[in-house]
Design a protein around this ligand. Structure first.
Ligand SMILES: CC(C)(COP(=O)(O)OP(=O)(O)OC[C@H]1O[C@@H](n2cnc3c(N)ncnc32)[C@H](O)[C@@H]1OP(=O)(O)O)[C@@H](O)C(=O)NCCC(=O)NCCSC(=O)/C=C/CCCCCCCCCCCCC(=O)O
Ligand SMILES: Cc1cc2nc3c(=O)[nH]c(=O)nc-3n(C[C@H](O)[C@H](O)[C@H](O)COP(=O)(O)OP(=O)(O)OC[C@H]3O[C@@H](n4cnc5c(N)ncnc54)[C@H](O)[C@@H]3O)c2cc1C
Length: 673
């Protein structure tokens, strides 16, 4: 960690002196090994130490246009260095991935309101890598990696983001000219939202309805040039621009795009999955949803982003809570660190546990994605629906928790948490954006619920179930009897499983009852609230189950002292979860008032133990000061000095008297109204 060289606040030092495990060992786990931590630090420092970035400039005070221009300038500094570093490292694809992985959060420090090139290196490159045939790869990939072209992923339209089957952009094939003609037949067919589209990129993957031989063949991806390579002027027939100010992501340059008779060559339809012969014959893919693959990859990546945002927010909230003193607990004693107020522990400690469990889930899901993708490459697509359901479910549950936790962290910092310099606003804006992009969270939960209902039917009919939903058998096997609660980690898991299965049953029954008077689709819509609750509970089952399995493995491989911290974290996650879901649990589990009181007491005991480890864990997340970028969360804990120094940098404080005094205020005051 690049620690601030200033003297550490004595309250924070006192906390660190009491840490009873090896923080570095935790950091090594969080980043996947000592070598990876070394790489991370090297890459972080390599970029952040560059004076050309001019990180002293607080871009939050700039205008919308200036922010964008500065973000582009900084990004180019970074990407030039990236290529230099890549060459120095050996220039392999693995080296590139390594740098990109480490750059994710470093880029957040450089462009706090978003990266105007993020889609080029993520969805655009990934789609070309995964949805093209060999010829197309050879044509496009070198140009993408050399940044000779810059691209984005243009799917969402003004009228449709969720229901992508009804996208309206058309691509009509003419076998005589061997060209597609792209059109936006209505206002609602305009592409709307794609990141980096407005003024940055010159190419896009465009999702459009393919028409050939007089028939529509559904949405297909096309690579389309949008702007001239020399002048960057929009090409003929392209209507393009920025969509304007947003809640966050101000420098991501989200754009709109309309087509009027834009010609695209035959070779630009991505042909790995669906194929179109030159004569216009359409050949269906093995599974129509293969064209949705990029979204699945990004949803998987979003779990680690959520874990890291929570880690960052809890680092800020905890460090601040260990130096801020307020409100004596005993009237005659000195004011305690605010963390001594148990409610403050309740705000922050479960969040830290979530960051750790989400990280376990991210690792698990990344491995699962890899293995299911490898199966897919051999033509076996059997597990695609399982991966789709799981990635939708966890994308929704983790980003919802993320936004909630970051907001609780802001509240836990009181008034100072509301300052931009506290560093929580950008984290929150990114969290809340993630609830919507890559599939709106309710819609994602409903997709997961489809899988749950199918699995429930399968279980009722004595069929086979995938590992993650086998608990549905237990529910059916109990034949209406309630699960008996036992207060162990596995007992809590069984209780959450019973709640998830019970809610799935309620949703299933709701649909079955309604089906008598309505179509299955209407009946499913009417059961929507139950379905989303079932999917959400299923997401928690997955998190706890994977958390238990992964943390048991970790405990076997780390020192006993760190093992105890992991055990504590897992229990914190589990007890917090069951207490938050107690209403659902009571419905399906035989749990008494005494059991609940015991759980509440257990939470207090867990807090007591975690009180000494917490600072070690957040230090172990290893966010350097430039990455944390917070007056309240810096390593040295000198929050008051940081706050006044940041305030002094306000543009309004660069002069004693602002001109509005003479222009407006003084005449107003002298006017006697
Ligand atoms: C899934 C839909 C909702 C529905 O699809 P549809 O075609 O209509 O299907 P249905 O007829 O309903 O049938 C559903 C059946 O299809 C199966 N299915 C669906 N999808 C898949 C799939 N992918 N794989 C397998 N099977 C699938 C499903 O199981 C059903 O089967 P069955 O009938 O039950 O058997 C779909 O329409 C959909 O997905 N909608 C959502 C649209 C969406 O997600 N759009 C995304 C647009 S792109 C976007 O949003 C990009 C955002 C920008 C991202 C920027 C990322 C970078 C940020 C990085 C920041 C990191 C730094 C961190 C720093 C910090 O944060 O601080
Ligand atoms: C910051 C940001 C970045 C983005 N970047 C990109 C990008 O790079 N490329 C791109 O193509 N797109 C991008 N998007 C678009 C994004 O993917 C969509 O906004 C998202 O998928 C939601 O779709 P929608 O806007 O149509 O919402 P809607 O579907 O209109 O949602 C509105 C409401 O309707 C509800 N609803 C809709 N359908 C259903 C249903 N079937 N059942 C129950 N409720 C339903 C939703 O739950 C929600 O409450 C971005 C969006 C944001 C916010």
């Amino acid at each position: 960690m690049s620690k601030n060289l200033s003297i550490v606040n004595k309250d924070l030092k006192e906390e660190r002196d009491k840490i009873n495990f090896n923080v570095e060992e935790f950091t090594n786990w969080f980043y996947g090994g000592a070598e990876k931590v070394k790489e991370k630090k090297y890459i972080e420092n390599y970029f952040l130490s560059d004076k050309d970035l001019n990180l002293e400039l607080d871009t939050s005070y700039l205008s919308y246009k200036d922010k964008y221009e500065e973000a582009v300038r900084r990004s180019i500094v970074v990407y030039k260095k990236l290529y230099k570093l890549h060459n120095e490292m050996g220039g392999t694809h693995e080296d590139f991935v390594k740098i990109m992985e480490n750059l994710r959060f470093t880029m957040g420090a450089i462009n706090p309101e978003g990266n105007p090139f993020v889609l080029h290196f993520s969805m655009f490159a990934l789609t070309i890598m995964n949805m093209t045939n060999d010829e197309q790869k050879a044509e496009w990939l070198p140009r993408i990696f050399n940044c000779n072209i810059l691209g984005t992923y243009a799917q969402t339209e003004l009228g449709h983001g969720t229901y992508i089957q009804r996208l309206e952009t058309t691509a009509t094939y003419d076998p005589k000219t061997k060209e597609f003609t792209l059109n936006s037949p209505t206002l609602t067919s305009y592409k709307w939202w794609p990141g980096n589209l407005g003024h940055t990129v010159d190419h896009a993957i465009v999702m459009a309805q393919l028409y050939s031989q007089g028939k529509c063949h559904g949405i297909q991806p096309f690579i389309v040039q949008l702007r001239d390579s020399e002048t960057h002027k929009p090409l003929p027939g392209i209507d393009i621009g920025d969509i304007g100010n947003k809640v966050g992501f101000q420098t991501v340059n989200n754009g709109f795009l309309g087509f009027k008779n834009v010609k695209v060559p035959y070779k630009n339809m991505l042909m790995k999955n669906s194929k179109l012969l030159e004569d216009g014959t359409f050949i269906k893919p093995k599974n129509a949803k293969l064209n949705y693959g990029t979204m699945v990859i990004i949803r998987v990546h979003m779990i680690i982003d959520a874990a890291c945002r929570i880690a960052k927010a809890t680092t800020i909230a905890l460090r601040y809570s260990l130096v801020r003193r307020q409100s004596p607990i005993n009237p005659n004693e000195i004011e305690p660190k605010i963390i001594e107020h148990i409610t403050q522990q309740n705000k922050i400690f479960p969040g830290i546990a979530k960051a750790v469990v989400f990280k376990c889930m991210a690792d698990y899901l990344t491995k699962l994605h890899l293995s299911i993708t490898q199966e897919g490459n051999t033509g076996n697509l059997a597990r695609m629906p399982e991966l789709h359901a799981l990635s939708c479910c966890l994308k929704a549950v983790c980003t919802n928790e993320d936004a909630k936790t970051v907001e609780v962290c802001r509240l836990s910092c009181g008034g100072h948490g509301f300052l931009r310099s506290a560093g929580l606003d950008d984290v929150y804006r990114n969290s809340t954006a993630a609830q919507t992009y890559e599939g709106e969270n309710t819609v994602m939960l409903l997709q997961a619920a489809r899988f749950l209902i199918k699995s429930f039917n399968e279980a009722r009919n004595g069929g086979s179930l995938t590992e993650g939903v086998k608990y549905l058998f237990d529910f059916i096997g109990r034949n209406g009897k309630r699960e008996i609660f036992d207060n162990s980690i596995n007992g809590i898991l069984r209780a959450i499983q019973a709640a998830a299965a019970g809610r799935t049953y309620i949703a299933w029954k709701h649909i079955e009852d309604d089906k008598r008077h309505n179509s299955i689709e209407v009946a499913t819509n009417l059961a929507g609230v139950h379905l989303t609750k079932a999917a959400e509970l299923h997401g928690y089952v997955c998190l706890l189950q994977v958390g238990i399995e992964e943390i048991e493995k970790i405990i076997r491989n780390v020192s006993p002292a760190l093992g105890l911290v992991f055990k504590n974290i897992l229990e914190l996650f589990a007890v917090d979860l069951i207490l938050n879901k107690i209403g659902d649990v009571i419905q399906h589990v035989d749990i008494s008032n005494e059991d609940i009181e015991k759980l509440e007491k257990q939470m207090e005991t867990l807090f007591k133990f975690f009180r000494t480890s917490a600072i070690g864990v957040v230090d172990g997340f290893d966010f350097s000061d430039p990455i944390i970028d917070s007056t309240l969360g810096s390593y040295d804990g000198n929050v008051y000095e940081n706050l006044i120094n940041a305030a002094r940098k306000s543009p309004l404080n660069q002069e004693d008297v602002n001109r509005t005094f003479h222009l407006y205020i003084k005449p107003f005051m002298k006017s006697n109204l």
